[in-house]
Design a protein around this ligand. Structure first.
Ligand code: NAD
Length: 251
């Protein structure tokens, strides 16, 4: 039956950036759909664990600006829950500075977290899926700036454009193993990531005026797309970046 195809019962997911915002929302979606989740964040995901229960949600703290934690992340998911079926690359960082003055540090940090670690964590997850002979799902959080240039965020735009590109590359190479690689491009969502924008009355009004849905998105708005791309309902969806943006890109 069609709703059964959306079930994540018996599945195990890793969600990065699970302590807050969109990663917390996607962790909640997966647990509600029947999965067990290992969260990975810069700070402890205690609030997420309290919401979802220890039996459904465990977490580790890791700094994803380097590749060092990757092996431990995959091994911990397998040790705690026995297997791995879904990876969500959601951790991300944004640095705002005029392009004319943009620093190398702000370039490297954003590219490392949003792009370099995302690729090598995906590679490690794919190796685990291949070892299990199970197939799997990889979902990355892209952005409107996978499609547009943005202002004062050159490394963020570079990283999120790269996410859309390498999502297609990985999908092309790993579809033969039953691995689906896709991304979700959220629109303007009310989280820490957009705190500075929402605090700037002029930018905030200009953004809101352009969103056909007439409101900022929330973490709950991503739940349906996340479960779809993590479940067998999307088995023939490969390499696509799905906008969940209240119509922003349609303007
Ligand atoms: P957020 O700032 O609340 O969350 C960022 C997450 O990334 C946190 O969970 C944090 O722990 C994690 N993180 C950052 N640096 C890390 C590091 N070095 N090591 C480990 N974890 C790290 O904002 P959010 O909106 O929930 O962001 C989640 C994702 O969504 C990001 O990739 C962001 O770029 C993307 N995004 C957000 C919006 C939006 O409007 N909020 C729009 C498009 C894309």
């Amino acid at each position: 039956m069609i709703l059964d195809m959306f079930s994540l019962k018996g599945k195990v997911a890793i969600v990065t950036g699970s302590d807050t915002g969109l990663g917390q929302g996607m962790s909640k979606a997966f647990v509600e759909a029947g999965a067990k989740v290992l969260g990975v964040s810069r700070t402890e995901s205690t609030a997420t664990q309290e919401m979802l229960g220890e039996e459904n949600f465990q977490f580790i703290v890791a700094d994803l600006s380097t590749l060092d934690p990757i092996d431990n992340i995959i091994n911990t998911a397998v040790e705690k829950f026995g297997r791995l079926d879904i990876l969500v690359n959601n951790a991300g960082v944004i640095k705002r500075e005029d392009s004319i003055d943009f620093s190398v540090d702000n370039w490297d940090l954003v590219m490392n977290v949003n792009c370099r670690t995302l690729f090598f964590l995906s590679q490690a997850a794919a190796k685990q899926f291949i070892k299990q002979k199970s197939g799997g799902k990889i979902i990355s959080t892209a952005s409107m700036l996978s499609y547009q240039g943005g202002i004062r965020v050159p490394s963020y735009t570079a990283s999120k454009s790269a996410v859309k590109g390498i999502t297609m590359t990985m999908a092309n190479e790993w579809a033969k193993y039953g691995i689906n690689v896709n991304a979700i491009a959220p629109g303007y969502m009310a989280t820490n990531n957009t705190q500075a924008l929402r605090a700037d009355a002029e930018r905030s009004e200009a953004i809101l005026e352009r969103i056909p849905a007439g409101r900022w998105g929330t973490p709950d708005d991503l739940m349906g797309a996340a479960v779809f791309l993590a479940s067998s309902a999307s088995d023939y969806v490969n390499g696509f970046t799905l906008a969940v943006d209240g119509g922003w890109l349609a303007r």
